[in-house]
Ligand binder design. Structure first.
Ligand SMILES: Nc1ncnc2c1ncn2[C@@H]1O[C@H](COP(=O)(O)OP(=O)(O)OP(=O)(O)O)[C@@H](O)[C@H]1O
Length: 282
């Protein structure tokens, strides 16, 4: 399956007199992990919100593949393959793990079915299940029954044992994994991960790191914002470093780590040794 590249082009977001995101260009290709770092107030969260669609830019655009998605709502972006996970897991606490994953899988398929029927983006969300079942019978559904996708993801993430567990009863580490699994069930082109390591212990963070690499190797593009600089530098293929709303350095982790501006910013807050010690800022 060919997946889409995500691009930010000249994004600007102002709050009154403050320019939180100042003419930012970013390219997040499929199959690669892209990290966003910067000290507090650098504009990372605002840029992330512009990519997800939670915020609208004052200037510039967000493009997924060849489609300008700047004015699309987050849920519509999600159905088109730009899927996000949240700092606080947004699962349905009273549903089982498997049912939470089904919600993720159904969400994406509805847009696919609507696209075949020529419905508007909004109309796609309202396509009835009977039409979807019909498409499935005709062999036009993308990958067979959604339950199959759910079972595959449960299996590949080692979650089969908790498939019937009520999500709200799981500890933080497991919840984050289920949130990630649900995002995968939506068959993303690009996954936007906001603080995925928050609340995880070092063992869980190491597992997350492996999982991110495996997911990218499968062709999914990942954009990650996390305060854990060690995690970001160790897992990403490319990094964008922001200061004062602007991208001050970008490229492979080693290049960005050694950039004089990045070093001076991080050294002012916490040591960022070439060997890769962690800093407080992200
Ligand atoms: N809704 C808002 N209204 C006014 N100013 C805002 C708003 N959101 C963010 N800002 C300001 O924009 C700037 C960038 O904030 P942002 O949260 O994007 O930075 P950040 O890099 O994510 O910081 P942190 O690591 O502390 O979360 C900051 O000066 C912040 O105070």
């Amino acid at each position: 399956m060919s997946r889409h590249v995500l691009q930010a082009v000249g994004l600007v977001r102002r709050y009154g007199g403050l320019t939180a995101v100042d003419h930012v260009d970013l390219v997040a290709p499929p199959g690669m992990i892209t990290g966003l770092i910067g000290p507090n107030g650098a504009g990372k969260s605002t840029l992330f919100s512009l990519l997800t669609g939670v915020e609208q830019p004052d200037e510039g655009k967000v493009v997924l593949g060849s489609t300008d998605i700047t004015r699309m709502r987050p849920d519509i972006r999600s159905r088109r393959g730009l899927v996000q996970t949240f700092q606080v897991p947004s699962l349905f606490p009273t549903l089982t793990v498997a049912d939470n994953l089904l919600v993720g899988a159904e969400n994406r398929r509805r847009d696919y079915a609507g696209g075949l029927l020529g419905l508007s983006a909004q109309g796609r969300g309202r396509v009835s299940h009977s039409i979807e079942r019909g498409l499935e019978r005709l062999g036009l559904a993308p990958k067979g029954p959604v339950t199959q996708i759910v079972e595959e993801v449960l299996d590949s993430l080692g979650l089969s044992d908790v498939r019937d567990t009520i999500a709200g009863t799981l500890p933080t580490g497991a919840l984050r994994l289920v949130e990630f699994a649900r995002a995968l069930c939506a068959r993303p082109d690009i996954l936007l991960l906001d603080e995925p390591a928050s609340g995880l212990d070092s063992e869980e963070t190491a597992k997350l790191s492996q999982l991110l690499r495996r997911t990218a190797a499968g062709g999914v593009g990942i954009v990650i914002v996390d305060h854990d600089v060690d995690l970001v530098f160790s897992v990403v293929d490319q990094v964008y470093a922001m200061v004062g709303g602007r991208v001050v350095a970008s490229g492979d982790p080693q290049t960005v780590r050694n950039d004089p501006t990045v070093r001076s910013v991080y050294l002012a807050q916490a040591p960022l040794a070439a060997a890769g010690q962690s800093g407080e800022a992200r």
